[in-house]
Design a protein. Structure first.
Length: 184
């Protein structure tokens, strides 16, 4: 579970930065080798046994549950039925994202090296298949959520997920900037 959360946070940071620069109309193009080293350092740092990191991850999970309960206006009966399904969904999605992260890293290493086009094509297909897997996970659990939630609540859940990731990404980015010595 810790690895899943670590992977999810890593991807959140990675994709959050990507979407943030894309939204600003900027295209960051650092040297690819430096980019890989930076991501490895980030991954290694998130995988460490830092006691505060565990607390932060746990607080994010608690915040998500609290905000989700509030946003979906869940009653007690719905909460009891919904959250076990939601937790399985989060675990499955995190596992898929961890697999995707590994595949992205492998694809980067292949593209930097002298890999044959056929090897790169195979890796691209693996990545695309894993990305499809994320959509399939959402479709599967959307049907399960619908057994407990109204159609409006399911729609709100999907919007909540996007909003929550965006908000947490912004908070993490602000904390990183503060840690680096202020806004740059």
């Amino acid at each position: 579970m810790k690895n899943s959360i670590t992977t999810a946070l890593t991807l959140l940071l990675f994709f959050g930065f990507h979407f943030q620069t894309e939204a600003k109309g900027q295209i960051a193009r650092p040297n690819r080798q430096a980019q890989i080293q930076e991501r490895k350092a980030l991954r290694d740092g998130l995988g460490g046994q830092q006691p505060n990191r565990k607390k932060v991850i746990e607080r994010i999970k608690q915040l998500r549950i609290w905000k989700l309960t509030e946003r979906l206006k869940l009653n007690e009966d719905q909460s009891v039925k919904f959250f076990p399904k939601y937790n399985r969904y989060q675990d499955d999605l995190a596992g898929n994202l961890e697999k995707l992260q590994t595949q992205f890293r492998e694809m980067q290493e292949l593209s930097i090296g002298s890999a044959a086009d056929a090897d790169l094509d195979r890796k691209v297909q693996q990545v695309l298949e894993t990305q499809r897997g994320s959509s399939e996970i959402l479709q599967k659990y959307t049907k399960e959520f619908r057994d407990v939630l109204s159609a409006r609540q399911v729609a709100e859940l999907i919007v909540f997920e996007r909003d929550f990731l965006r908000d947490i990404s912004g908070l993490l980015e602000a904390a990183r900037k503060k840690e680096d010595g202020g806004d740059k």
